[in-house]
Ligand binder design. Structure first.
Ligand code: NI
Ligand code: MN
Length: 230
């Protein structure tokens, strides 16, 4: 198995999972944290979208239309994408799992909003729990506040978790630290911070605290950098 996760800034990730290329929460064109990747340069096989906010979906239609990638999200977000002319789609809903070509995907709950860029109803936001074909478990929390049911996802035995720490719109460093203790992932990587002033936090301090005070290993990557799951 090979699983390489490249951070494209904010909550956007490019995932190379075995032979599959997966784009998560595409927000490139207006993303202040974008390390220099153009939406037009990405040709994924799959696009996974946690919720309808612009900073997670704004480049989805153009990339999906050009690449033909299969887009996977909640029923409401998929319904909206279908209305934008995107037809290669797969809708799921919270708690439901499905075995895709790249692995098994379950949508998890997330405490947040999901209104689409044009104001359309986006249903409830989600997180992503991916089980690779080799059995590795990777959790993208999406945009969310802290919730106790993270403990249930932790019981699945997480190898890697991506957590928002930027505060204001999602968990801040304090609650994200508590999330680490509920999730008990082997490795955690922070995201959704420093993109704009309201979500500017000291990520290095957060990583140090997690490494000093929990059994999880926190890894700090910069936009443009990658983490490879062994
Ligand atoms: Ni959001
Ligand atoms: Mn967001």
């Amino acid at each position: 198995m090979s699983a390489k996760f490249t951070w494209l800034g904010h909550a956007t990730f490019w995932v190379e999972l075995d032979s599959h290329r997966i784009l998560i929460d595409p927000f490139l064109t207006d993303n202040p944290a974008n390390p220099g990747v153009k939406a037009g340069d990405l040709t994924p096989d799959f696009i996974l979208i946690t919720h309808g906010h612009f900073d997670h979906i704004s480049d989805a239609v153009s990339i999906a239309a050009r690449s033909g990638a299969k887009v996977i999200s909640t029923l409401e977000v998929i319904h909206w994408l279908n209305g934008q002319g995107i037809t290669n789609t797969h809708a799921q809903q919270h708690g439901g799992g499905f075995r895709h070509e790249f692995g098994h995907l379950k949508l998890t709950i997330a405490h947040h909003g999901s209104m689409l860029p044009d104001g359309a109803y986006g249903g409830n936001p989600a997180g992503l729990l991916i089980t690779t074909t080799a059995g590795k478990k990777v959790y993208f929390a999406g945009d969310t506040g802290l919730f106790l049911d993270m403990q249930l996802y932790g019981e699945e035995g997480l190898d890697l978790a991506f957590l928002p720490i930027g505060d204001n719109f999602t968990m801040g460093p304090g609650d994200a630290f508590r999330a680490v203790k509920l999730l008990k992932a082997k490795t955690v990587i922070p995201c959704h911070y420093d993109t704009w002033p309201p979500i500017s936090v000291d990520a290095a301090a957060w990583v140090s605290r997690v490494n000093a005070e929990t059994s999880s290993k926190a890894v700090l990557i910069k936009p443009g950098e990658s983490y490879t799951l062994e």
